[in-house]
Design a protein around this ligand. Sequence first.
Ligand SMILES: Cc1cc2nc3c(=O)[nH]c(=O)nc-3n(C[C@H](O)[C@H](O)[C@H](O)COP(=O)(O)OP(=O)(O)OC[C@H]3O[C@@H](n4cnc5c(N)ncnc54)[C@H](O)[C@@H]3O)c2cc1C
Length: 414
Amino acid sequence: MNKDSKVYLIGSGIASLASAVYLEKDTGVAAENIIILEKDQITGGALDGAGDSDKGFVVRGGRMHEMHYECYWELLSHIPSLEDPEVSVRDESYEFNERFISKGQARLLKDGKKIDVSSYGLSLAQEADFLKLTFVSEASLGNDRIEDWFDEAFFETNFWYIWTSMFAFQKWSSLAEMRRYMKRFIHLVDGLYELGGVMRTKYNQYDSVVRPMRKYLEAKGVKFEMEREVVDIDFDISTELKTATALQMKDGSEITLGENDFVFFTNGSITESTDNGTWNTPAKLKGIAESASWKLWKTIAEKDPAFGNPSPFCDDIDLQKWYSFTATMKDSTFHDYMENFSGNVDGTGGLVTMTDSNWLMSIVIARQPHFPNQPKDVKIFWGYGLYPDKEVHPMYDSAHNPRYLAAALKAISR
Ligand SMILES: Cc1cc2nc3c(=O)[nH]c(=O)nc-3n(C[C@H](O)[C@H](O)[C@H](O)COP(=O)(O)OP(=O)(O)OC[C@H]3O[C@@H](n4cnc5c(N)ncnc54)[C@H](O)[C@@H]3O)c2cc1C
């Protein structure tokens, strides 16, 4: 790589934004030669957040971070906050987390009441299964699912409800993946029952992370090309080297790659092909045909086995899909009830999981405002269901139905 190299980053999620920051800062590539090609009109990929109090606010997810996201905090230490450019996004977030410390007091609910989570409820045999999983090799687990490893009763323990709702694992998710998470977050296990150690950004991640990063990068000269989908990558393939020679774009154009040019592609995406529903229109279940990232990965995987096999990650949408929703409320009734009921002021409680909802629904009341343009009297919360194909429990009815809120309010005021 030299100063004349051109670097193309496919997609504008945090992976590409982070790459652009370090390419510009550390490699000597001219900022103007770093080009982010994004298929959407908006930057940030999974880190989205949009709306207003009339149309409603939407976030597809809320990110939990922790102290040892070393690379993430290092990255954000270089990015000035939008509200106070003298302060980095890292320091803004640290300061926010000193004021609002995660300590969930209503982590699990059943029949509208809090469950005592002071014990994880694991039997000795289940604890042993758990420990054994950390000691065996990943390779020995093959394609096993979580439900292949643990007994049936494990899935009714406090531990499982806390774990599954925190990391969005379904019973049939990959056991190897669960093992990776266990190893990655083992230091949090003592406080896991109250989400101890979880850190958040001041606002949703689009406003707190993506917008400041884009501003920083554009000021340096990095180019963002929006609505530019890459549909194929041409390669010169020999036994030793696979060299990208051109990018084929959806609009029929081609970007030729020189000898010193580079391409970075984040293959696959958790939010690829998602759809937004409204109060009156359900979200559509989209497939690979509507995706860009999976399709591109599949296309290049056909050219050489070295490009991997996307199928296990994207072919079985029914096993991997879930719903999330954002509620925008024009008064604070629900938030006030939840504050009284849980003992958590907003921004300190994190996930509240309704263990008897068939969707296995959780909600999170982030610190308000969660959007910089959110008026004081408008409140939002986010939630999700892990098993959306199951019929909704009558008590929870539908998240899109006002009766759901009425039932929830009735339950929590008992
Ligand atoms: C609901 C939810 C909750 C989450 N919670 C947490 C959490 O608590 N903690 C945590 O650490 N992580 C969490 N994550 C995960 C985290 O948000 C993602 O891992 C991360 O944002 C992924 O970033 P990325 O850049 O790899 O990909 P993405 O954000 O998926 O970005 C990919 C981008 O590439 C674009 N693109 C794809 N293909 C093409 C193409 N062919 N041409 C042009 N553009 C293309 C897409 O439009 C998109 O903008 C959560 C994710 C979700 C969805």
